[in-house]
Design a protein around this ligand. Structure first.
Ligand SMILES: Cc1ncc(COP(=O)(O)O)c(C=O)c1O
Length: 449
């Protein structure tokens, strides 16, 4: 009490009037600085210590007693009451019963052992010379194995020199931004936060409609844009692959306008019913920036990704990276290089492809069972599908479901245009088949009741 009280006394001395004294004592009790059961100085004593009228202290104690912060007991003075000390205010976060939002892989499937062992290998095995500031464009051994991997799995045409390691897709596009001419064309509907990210880099954007064959290249060609961001292999969120004719048209557009295509290949490793569509990049390596990430295949927490960048756009990147974050972490880059080199990454992809296929099938089955009149599109690949709501049901169901602690995203959240039919974007990566069945039963019950 003595030391607590002496520091608190300093605060009380600066408190002005009855209200100030009340507030200072109340704050000290709420924060736990004055503990439950502690006996406060008598009114006479405190008034003398603070050089205030005794009535000021009496009135402050009375007020705190009325509010329940202190207890006045005849004979034993005024004591601090037992109240729960305040916790730091946490951001309000609903505890979702079912998390059907898009974007999350199975966090539980992260190959912790393989990653930990690769990371340990990097920490114990890298020579001292690698522990200083690294090459801003990436750890050479990773750029080397990644170029080979992207060639083998995604038919990307790249040497190690073309590969730039990033902290993920958004970081990569941000790094390129100063070299881009605005407005930048983006798909509509399209990836989350793209418009905000471009605006943050001082770039305007122009939404270009997507149909069942992907982005409308004819409409893109009518704009002044000379840069476009596309999800060619698996359009986000609609899930279509860019039609072969449109792929050619897009490349012709880029050649004709001296433009740049940024190919966001965020989840192409996961295709279930037919072989994966190769990357667009190989059709025109000097006009396409190919962008990839570990956020879907491993976990977003790793913050590692890559780009394959045409030489003309690469020149300023080392300086920009250096001035922004110096480089990505060498240990993590070396660990990823190990997983690529020893086959653990391929094994993880094979395992999770089966897992996600099973989850996708469970989701489709549950949708057929509980909401048979809801249409479903974009089911061939990735970690989400789009549900088209039948007449009479609007995206207001998103709020209705949130009130039941079921998280879903409305299709319009990803759109700039107004003419899209109402829909939901449902992620299935992070939930087991049984949990998905339960979740869709709960969705149906909430929407139909
Ligand atoms: C279209 C699209 N691209 C890329 C990403 C991944 O971004 P990052 O690599 O920055 O985590 C996401 C994440 O949800 C996405 O939706």
């Amino acid at each position: 009490m003595a030391s607590d009280w002496s520091t608190l006394r300093e605060t009380l001395l600066t408190a002005s009037g009855k209200r100030g004294l009340e507030r200072a004592l109340r704050d000290a009790i709420r924060s736990g600085r004055l503990a439950a059961g502690l006996r406060l100085p008598s009114t006479r004593d405190l008034a003398a210590q603070l050089n205030v009228a005794r009535g000021t202290v009496t009135s402050a104690y009375d007020q705190l007693a009325a509010e329940g912060y202190v207890v006045v007991q005849r004979g034993s003075g005024t004591r601090v009451a037992a109240i729960a000390p305040e916790q730091p205010v946490a951001a309000a976060q609903p505890a979702w019963r079912y998390h059907l939002g898009p974007g999350m892989p199975s966090l539980a499937s992260f190959p912790r052992q393989a990653w930990a062992s690769a990371l340990r290998g990097a920490v114990t095995g890298l020579p001292d010379v690698d522990l200083g500031y690294a090459d801003p464009l990436g750890f050479p051994a990773l750029r080397q194995v990644l170029a080979a991997y992207l060639g083998r799995v995604r038919a990307v045409s790249a040497t190690a020199e073309d590969v730039v390691i990033t902290h993920g897709t958004f970081d990569g596009i941000g790094l390129l931004a100063p070299s881009l001419n605005g407005p930048v064309a983006i798909e509509d509907p399209g990836g989350p936060d793209q418009a905000e990210m471009l605006a943050m880099h001082g770039l305007d954007y122009a939404p270009i409609p997507v149909d069942e064959d992907g982005i409308r290249v004819d409409l893109l060609a009518q704009t002044a844009c000379r840069t476009v961001i596309v999800t060619a292999a698996h359009q986000f969120p609609m899930g279509v692959a860019l039609h072969p004719q449109r792929r050619r048209a897009l490349v012709e557009w880029a050649i004709a306008c001296d433009g740049i295509i940024i190919e966001d290949d965020y989840d192409a490793e996961y295709r279930y019913d037919r072989p994966s569509v190769g990357a667009l990049q190989a059709l025109c390596p000097n006009r396409v920036v190919y962008v990839g990430t570990l956020s879907k295949t491993l976990v977003p927490a790793i913050r590692l990704g890559w780009m394959v960048v045409p030489a003309a756009l690469r020149q300023d990147l080392p300086d920009r990276r250096w001035h922004a974050t110096r480089s990505c972490g060498t240990f993590e880059q070396a660990a990823f290089a190990t997983l690529l080199g020893n086959g653990a990454y391929d094994r993880h992809l094979r395992r999770t492809r089966l897992l996600y296929r099973e989850r996708r099938d469970a989701l489709l089955q549950a949708l057929r069972r509980y909401v048979p009149n809801w249409g479903v599109v974009g089911i061939d690949a990735g970690l989400h599908v789009v549900v088209l709501l039948p007449p009479g049901i609007t995206e207001d169901v998103v709020d209705l479901l949130a009130a039941q602690r079921i998280q879903v995203s409305g299709l319009s959240e990803f759109a700039h245009r107004e003419d899209l039919a109402p829909g939901l974007v449902l992620g299935f990566g992070a939930m087991s088949p049984a949990h998905l069945d339960e979740a869709i039963a709960a969705v149906a019950q909430a929407v139909m009741s």
